[in-house]
Design a protein around this ligand. Structure first.
Ligand code: FE2
Ligand code: FE2
Length: 275
C-alpha cells in the first residue's frame, strides 16, 4: 500500500515534463487507500499538473484548505467543475476578507469566490478550529497557538484595505502525518510560524520526533532573527527532511539549503516523498 505525498502546485516546476509553476501550493496525500488534496493552488495549474502526473482528482475524498488565501484556495472552483462535489475541511474563518499591503500597493488576497458559490458547485464545508484526525494517522492541526517570541508573522497582511487591522491569519493550519520515523508536517503558507506549528503538532499527537517539514514556510517577509531561530530550532529537532517551497522565499531557502545540506530539497511540482 503506497504512502506518499506529491507536490502538485508550487511556484516552481521540477523535472517532470510539461508541468507548470504558479504562485501557489497544493499537495496530494495517498495513504492506506485514502486520497487527500491539501490546498488547490491558485487555479491555473492544478488540473493541468494532475493530468501530467497521472493523478486522478476524482478519487480525492477530502480537500483541505490550509487557509483562506487565493494562492491555496483558487483551484477549488476548477476542481469542483472538473470532479463534482467534494468534502472540504477548513477553519471557520477561512472566508475572511483579507488584503496584502506592500510598498503602498493594496491587493485582495482572500478566497476569490464566495462560500455560497462554492457550496453551489458541490463543496461541502466541514469547519473546525481544533486538532482533528482526517484518516488514521493523518491529522489537521486546527488553529495553531502563537507561543514563540520570535515568530512575528507577516506584517503586510490586513483585514481591511486601509491597513488598520492586521491579519494574523488565525485560520492557518497544517497537515500532520504520524510516520514510523516521526512526524511529517505539510505546510501551506505556515503563517502561524513553522516552530509554533511543529510544537502544536508534537503536543497534540504525542510524538516528539520530527521527521520531515514540507511546503511553504513563509519566511520571505520575516525578520532575520526569526529565520535564525527557526534554523536553530529545526536543528535541535533533528529534522531528517526539509523540503521548502512556495512562500519560503529565495534567501530563506538558500539559507536552509546551506544549513541542512544533506536533508534540504526545494519543493517543486512533482517532488515526492514516501514513508
Ligand atoms: Fe501562500
Ligand atoms: Fe498565505
Amino acid at each position: 500500500m503506497s504512502r506518499r505525498i506529491r507536490i502538485v502546485c508550487d511556484n516552481t516546476a521540477g523535472a517532470l515534463a510539461g508541468t507548470l509553476g504558479e504562485h501557489g501550493f497544493a499537495a496530494h496525500i495517498e495513504a492506506d487507500g485514502s486520497s487527500i488534496l491539501f490546498d488547490t493552488g491558485g487555479g491555473h495549474t492544478l488540473l493541468h499538473n494532475a493530468q501530467r502526473m497521472n493523478l486522478d482528482l476524482r478519487a480525492v475524498g477530502e480537500v483541505v484548505l490550509s487557509h483562506g488565501h487565493y494562492d491555496h484556495a483558487g483551484g477549488l472552483w476548477p476542481l469542483l467543475q472538473s470532479t463534482g462535489g467534494k468534502r472540504v475541511l477548513a477553519h471557520p474563518k477561512v472566508f475572511t476578507r483579507r488584503y496584502s499591503l506592500r510598498e503602498g500597493v493594496c491587493r485582495s488576497v482572500g478566497i476569490p469566490y464566495p462560500e455560497e458559490f462554492l457550496a453551489g458547485m458541490g463543496a461541502s464545508f466541514s469547519y473546525s478550529e481544533d486538532f482533528r484526525e482526517i484518516t488514521p494517522g493523518i491529522y489537521l492541526t486546527g488553529e495553531v497557538p502563537r507561543v514563540t517570541p520570535f515568530e512575528e508573522g507577516d506584517r503586510g497582511l490586513f483585514c481591511d484595505e486601509e491597513g488598520c487591522h492586521p491579519d494574523p491569519v488565525p485560520d492557518d493550519q497544517s497537515l500532520v502525518v504520524k510516520t514510523g520515523k516521526g512526524l511529517l508536517l505539510l505546510l501551506g503558507c505556515c503563517h502561524a510560524g513553522v516552530i509554533n506549528t511543529v510544537e502544536h503538532a508534537r503536543q497534540k499527537s504525542g510524538e516528539e520526533r520530527v521527521y520531515a517539514v514540507i511546503g511553504g514556510c513563509h519566511l520571505s517577509f520575516c525578520s532575520q532573527p526569526q529565520i535564525d531561530e527557526t534554523v536553530r530550532t529545526l536543528k535541535r529537532y533533528g529534522v531528517k527532511k526539509i523540503c521548502a517551497g512556495h512562500c519560503t522565499g529565495f534567501e530563506a531557502s538558500a539559507r536552509l539549503s546551506r544549513e541542512f545540506p544533506a536533508s534540504f530539497r526545494p519543493a517543486q511540482v512533482g517532488y515526492t516523498i514516501e514513508w
